[in-house]
Design a binder for this molecule. Structure first.
Ligand code: ATP
Length: 140
């Protein structure tokens, strides 16, 4: 099966670099499945899990927005932050989610509410990414 190289890079480090069979992302216009030899493309990404398909297994990476550039045999994702599913601390994400929800429940339309909204989005993404992996294990 042919492969393409997937790289996920943040300002701090390279989070992921592997040869994969397919990459599935959520672009701003919807879900995109990228196979080797895809036409070149650049798109902003939604805050969503990225799926890397390698043979019969899928790996998930929490990607906090950013951009994807597709070249012939390479996909580069540049994001402000990204975490491998295996690096996600679920209880930390649950606590962050509860904290953000509590702040939002106070209904202050100010900067702290906007911050809480972003923190909530990050926590949900982390939990969603772990959930995707668990679903995948259940289906195997
Ligand atoms: P928290 O309130 O728990 O710190 P946060 O969303 O404010 O969460 P960020 O500022 O987005 O945290 O991230 C700070 C660093 O911690 C980043 O390197 C990020 O990858 C990492 N990180 C945050 N939450 C988790 C988590 N649940 N599991 C693993 N790494 C995390």
């Amino acid at each position: 099966m042919s492969t393409l190289r997937l790289e996920i890079v943040t300002p701090e480090h390279k989070v992921y670099e592997k040869d994969v069979n397919m990459v599935v992302v959520k672009g701003v216009a919807g879900e995109l499945g990228i196979l080797p030899n895809h036409i070149p493309l650049v798109t902003p990404l939604k805050v969503a899990p990225v799926k890397a398909k390698i043979g019969n297994t899928n790996e998930f990476i929490a990607v906090h927005g950013g951009f994807m550039e597709v070249r012939k045999d390479k996909v580069v994702i540049l994001a402000e932050a990204a975490e491998l599913e295996s690096d996600i601390d679920v209880s930390r994400a649950r606590l962050a989610k509860e904290r953000a929800e509590r702040r939002l429940a106070q209904k202050q339309a100010d900067i702290s509410a906007a911050r809480a909204e972003l923190a909530l989005q990050r926590a949900i993404l982390r939990l969603e990414t772990v959930h995707e992996r668990e679903q995948q294990h259940r289906n195997q």
